[in-house]
Design a protein around this ligand. Sequence first.
Ligand SMILES: [Zn+2]
Length: 409
Amino acid sequence: MYGYVLHGWPPAVGKEYNAYFRRKENICFDQGCLLWGYIIIIPRTLQNAILKEIHDGHPGIVKMKQIARNYVWWATIDADIERAVRDCGACLAVRPEPPPAPLHSWPWPVEPWSRLHVDYLGPFNNKYYLVSSTSAANLISILRKIFARFGLPKRIISDNGPLFTSAEVATYFQGNGIGHTLTAPYHPASNGAAENAVRSVKRALKKASLGNEDEDTALNRFLFSYRNTEHSTTGRDPSVALLGRRLRGRLSLLRRDTDERIRDRIIASELRRDAPLRVVAPGDSVLIRDYSRRNRKWAEGVVLDRSSPVSYSVKTSDGQIHKRHVDQIMCDKNRKSRFSLTKIEACDRPRLSVKAEDGSEAREPREMDELANRSSPEKSPSSSTDQTSPVAPVDHVRRQAAEQCLQKK
Ligand SMILES: [Zn+2]
């Protein structure tokens, strides 16, 4: 396959490549992966691992195919998914699916999260879901947590359960401007949306208990896959409908996102650009900011290595290793005496600038003070130091950016 894609397809291929051959116009090679459009083509050796990942939470054949369609493809994927479900004891045990409760035709909500259908599940294995104890206070506390994340809905639809009809819950809804509709007694289908959700969750929990999985983990895995796959009624992923984006899952790792690629490039270019500025190197004696509660601001140490463009590991004289940003480090060699440490903060800021051209002692970088002065209107801006300052060009650019920022304010 790699050969065909990189060096051109022959006029005809073996049977096992036919499905790929038909798509050859849209198959390309990117960062070591074969892509069909935006979908990754999974090589045979990894197909089982991917199947296992898609099967996570036992979403069933239909959902598994939907999940797969968003991320991965190979010629026999549909058949493989069907086989995986057929071979799964937990999936098999809870089939066939009961017919869904018919949905009472509630008007289609215009905004997300405006009408919520609420129901509780249980007891299932002696546990209630949504409520951990059947008290109104507990129900309110759980709803409050949900609303803190997503906001108050305009209306809540629930059945006539004693919790939902309690005065406490009524007061809570009223106080928060939430309308409450109780569905007709003995007619659970009026709250069909919630009933169906409860039924799906129950099925997931049953599968979990059959597979000896932890119920909480199974529930959350099920919810994750439920929220991230197309809903049969709305045709949209619940996460997209509510949050406007698909949730990042493990399958997302298959696709290296563009942001990350751009970030990597920026870091690489900063590394190149900033290279001359880095004044400390492994083995240098330095002073680093001391955050222990001893009464001193700086501690002596030796640079061990650089872990990122701006951070270093430094070993202090007591043998401890500290991580420091380059702004928290200064060169030790120009220190006048061992006992000037306490004055350093005032007169000798961490230096990013290099030594003056004449080789004399490095001058005090004053950019920060100058900037601070400029932000206060009563002091006139001094321009004299700008042109003569021996700071490296990058500092100059940074300073300009900072100045522009201050002007905007
Ligand atoms: Zn299964």
